[in-house]
Design a protein around this ligand. Sequence first.
Ligand code: SAM
Length: 247
Amino acid sequence: MKNTWKSGIITLFPGMFPGPLQHSLAGKALDKQIWSLDTFNIRDFSNDKHLKVDDTSYGGGEGLVIRPDVVHDALLCAEENIGSSEQIQFIYTSPRGKPFNQDMAKEWASNKSGIVILCGRYEGIDQRVIDYWSENKNLMEVSIGDFVLSGGETAALTILDACIRLLPGVLKNEKTASIESFELDLLEFSQYTKPCVWQNRVVPEVLRSGDHQKIAAWQKNSAETITKNRRPDLWSKYLIRTNNKNC
Ligand code: SAM
């Protein structure tokens, strides 16, 4: 039987999925059933005759908040259809969440059989259902950056994309992922292709030399310089790790 990695998206806008993920690598992998996608429309779980899912915020304020009972039923339905929190990572996309990173993508792609992502809208979701699922089902609040989106759907697409490309059989050459940015706490070295000269800028000679040792040394140096200049946080991690290794 095929080991399909499952994804479930709880959203008010199911039409946004698979969206960009129906193209290129992720799209081909979806066709090959390397991963699957199910959407759960939050509105389908409303008990209101007008299918209302939100209400005004206690304490005042302009915005609307999505009700806990409706979201709870949507999460239960996703749990029943996608899997329990032992195999599936439950996620709530939120600017208040843990910053998303490559390690999380790796963990979920390799050690979980899928993810369920709850997408917020309006002012967000009633805190009680988030607390209940965090305490009982290991739901993790995850942010994709220090900015506010109008909804969790684009964050969900980002998280899914990062996980899917790490699934076995998605990348043509799986070694690609092992030399990309954030591996070994470094950003990737600079890449070049043809033509050899463009706008008077020449591809570094060493990359055309065929000397694999020199090429590897150049790439390491390029990755280190770029990381040091652009990401002092990553650079410190890299130095600690490499110094410890050398001790
Ligand atoms: N009132 C919220 C706040 O100030 O933290 C923002 C709500 S936002 C307009 C609506 C929804 O978009 C959120 O519930 C969340 O699901 C999603 N969202 C917004 N920014 C996000 C981010 N940086 N990362 C992940 N999800 C985000």
